[in-house]
Design a protein. Sequence first.
Length: 506
Amino acid sequence: MPFNPIKLILLVTWVYVCLYCVQRTQFSPLVPRRYKPAAYVVTLFTGPVLLGLLLVVNSVVKSLRSGAGILETLGQQVREAADGVRSTTSVRHKKHSVIRLLNSSGRNIKEIYGHGQRKRRGSHILNLTEQIIGDALDRKASDILIDPADEATYTVRLRIDGVIRTVKQLKTETCKAVVNSIKAVSSMDISEKRRPQDGAFIAKKGDLTVSFRVASAGALNGEKLSIRILNQSASTLVLAETGFTRKQCDAIRKAISKPSGMVLMCGPTSTGKTTTMYAMLNEIDLDTRNVITVEDPIEGVLSGVSQIEINPKADITFAKTLRSVLRQDPDVICVGEIRDEETARIALRASQTGHLVLATIHCDGNTAALIRLMDLGVSAMLLSSGLSALVSQRLLRKLCEHCKKPAQLTKGMILELREKRIDHRHIFDPVGCERCGGTGYSGRTAVCDIMTVTDELRADIADNRALTSEMRTKGARKDRTNLRKEGMRKVASGITSLQELKRVVG
């Protein structure tokens, strides 16, 4: 047959398409893991035909489960697949110098981890590491979790707006090299796989500098890595931007305007306590008051504030640092976290001797904070005289303004909302679009319950025997009810959804 360049071009294109589809099949959730070897062989010859068939079958199954139309479900699946290909292609075409990973002394990851490896192999691993970190920053994630799924694969997950999403699956050999590169730039021992380790590194992307905290631990089928991305915007936030009502902001401003006393932020992990505490500091006149913070770690740089970072390896603890801070003529002391009895006692005594103390404590609510401080051994008299206010906080995801739709409520729910004098016409449900990544939510807002320590409450705290039993039975329920009421105001305003309120508060 005569030579035909068009046929040759089509043949070469088909071969490359088949190879690309094999690569996509490797990480596709449409193919069960046990059938993947057979799928590789079939895809090598059929190319996009197999992926298209799987896409249609998956769309039919999803439409039967959800009750939506097949064409609608298929269109959504195609859009999601196109978004994935587009994001992957855009990441690949970005220059590697866009993001730089540096250790605490400023050395680049390529200088630290690049030695002793084949150039091509090492370059591929470092580029993949930078891609994972860069993707997390682009998606505004708060945590990166790298975990062994089984003996053959690792999963890379991101916590975005408080919810974990799986974004990538990697082969064990590749991901172990990625883990080692992150451990190397975090000044951790890459030869130690079993004992837990802690480290830190920074990333520079244009004018942006972001700090990361890394924790490793031995796990089944390998080693897991947790990377905390410290909030870059925390140091610039003010109270009006947190999501608190005007009345709540006024109550907090009144508490932090006093010359002494303790304002205690309460809540579980990752509920925005430190960010709100920074917002409080931004409300203080830093020109007339000497502000010192003791943190672990420092999450944001505050202009005009002396910030001290805890380092247990160097024997720099909260308690020891607080003692030295009291000799530096502070007006305002900020304690990153109360973890033990000694720190609690020093902070509360400082609040009695003419200092304003802002602190956080990990617990479920305001009542639980009082009980925990008592359990730590803090005397009832010290607690009653030192506390000024307690603020319990949660974070709710905000509905995406581009795709939210009016909620479909039952008649019973509408009647219940009317009895509570809540307008159900402004309640919305999440949908999902390209701008919100298909989740239906974008960003978060805070809800809080403020407990002002009045003279009556001080007397009750001092009589801790009578108070403790009542707090354990009624206090926690009351805290949760108050948070639910604040959350319902956000729901009735169309800011968040009933599902999100139930997920976070209950």
